[in-house]
Design a protein around this ligand. Structure first.
Ligand code: SME
Length: 170
């Protein structure tokens, strides 16, 4: 059993690589991805995906307390990151205008756009119970992890079930 108290980028990356090896199903891999971050990063109280369905974000696979089901593009941290198609780090959720509080334990948050083959599929949302939890190193590492997940999984099979937005022309 791995020591869950230590936060070690190389170890977490190695576990992810092992977990996705030989598996293409995005939901299965994204579920393990959420669990990995939730259990092996310190001070995380929620980790999961919101996916685009007919122009709004809908809750997908996650770890943590039950969360709000739908978020409009441009609303909250998730909707803002989706609209900007950029990673958003919120150091203090109480100071973020329009923040949607799903878990009152959350103090800081990072949201990464899920982009594959010039299509925005949704966002990865990670909440922390401490302020200013996510450093620029964390941000870069998480982008890297997300790339591994997307390159290992057949997310395009979900086209039609979800409705990714084409961003090639933007
Ligand atoms: N805080 C997010 C909502 C999702 S929950 O944190 C799981 C937001 O402001 O978009």
């Amino acid at each position: 059993m791995l020591d869950q108290s230590i936060e070690n980028y190389a170890k977490i990356k190695a576990i992810l690589t092992e977990l996705v090896k030989g598996e293409k199903n995005f939901i299965a891999n994204a579920s393990n991805f959420s669990s990995l971050i939730y259990n092996y990063f310190n001070y995380i109280n929620w980790c999961g995906f919101y996916m685009l369905e007919h122009g709004e974000l809908v809750l997908s696979t996650f770890q943590g307390k039950p969360a709000c089901l739908r978020i409009a593009i441009g609303q909250g941290a998730c909707g803002t990151a989706a609209a900007q198609k950029k990673t958003l780090v919120v150091e203090n959720v109480h100071e973020f205008k329009g923040h949607i509080a799903c878990d009152s334990d959350s103090r800081s948050e990072i949201v990464l756009p899920v982009i594959f083959d010039y299509k925005l599929y949704g966002v990865l949302d990670i909440d922390s119970s401490v302020f200013n939890r996510f450093s620029s190193e964390d941000s870069e590492f998480l982008r890297n992890m997300l790339r591994i997940l997307l390159e290992s999984s057949d997310i395009t099979k979900l086209d039609g079930y979800y409705n990714p937005i084409d961003i090639k022309s933007e």
